[in-house]
Write a protein that binds this ligand. Structure first.
Ligand code: CA2
Length: 147
């Protein structure tokens, strides 16, 4: 199994600012955590982070026919991007949406997610652990289990 982990704008700043919301661990720590989990599970994993909507769309398209699952934290594009939603629909790869913070407990505008319309699951407010849960979801999904 091959999983692609996509992180959107500003998530490269993890651990540098706003530790009260996103924790004090860095983006590199996050990738190492997910990598370790995937190694244990015998899953190949690739990482992609971008601050640019079109680059995220391009990377999703590149995954077509190659990745068995996508874990995505689209960052602020969660709440705005029809383009990312359409790309995920186009490639039809099982996708789990992750948010480090509990977006339902923050500003009103964070409650809406375009990606939720296509995601097999949305995980919110579990910190970095949410990404590991997403890997488990995709693993079970590929075995034909329910969410
Ligand atoms: O909770 C999440 O994971 C979010 O997807 C994070 C996005 C935010 O726009 C979403 O509403 C919820 C923002 C990521 C910004 O990351 C930062 C990390 C460190 C310092 C500043 C921003």
């Amino acid at each position: 199994m091959n999983i692609l982990v996509i992180n959107g704008p500003n998530l490269n700043m993890l651990g540098i600012r706003e530790p009260g919301i996103y924790g004090s661990d860095t983006y590199e720590d996050l990738c190492a955590l997910i990598h370790g989990k995937c190694e244990d599970e015998g899953i190949d994993v690739e990482f992609f982070q971008s601050n640019h909507e079109g680059d995220i769309v391009d990377r999703i398209q590149e995954a077509y026919g190659k990745s068995d699952g996508i874990v995505i934290n689209p960052g602020a594009y969660t709440h705005t991007s029809v383009a990312i939603l359409d790309a995920l629909k186009a490639v039809s790869i099982p996708t789990v949406e992750v948010h480090i913070s509990d977006v339902d407990e923050r500003e009103e505008f964070r409650k809406w997610s375009y990606v939720s319309l296509v995601a097999v699951q949305t995980i919110k407010g579990h910190g970095f652990q949410g990404y590991l849960e997403a890997v488990d979801t995709l693993k079970n999904y590929s075995k034909g289990d329910a969410k």
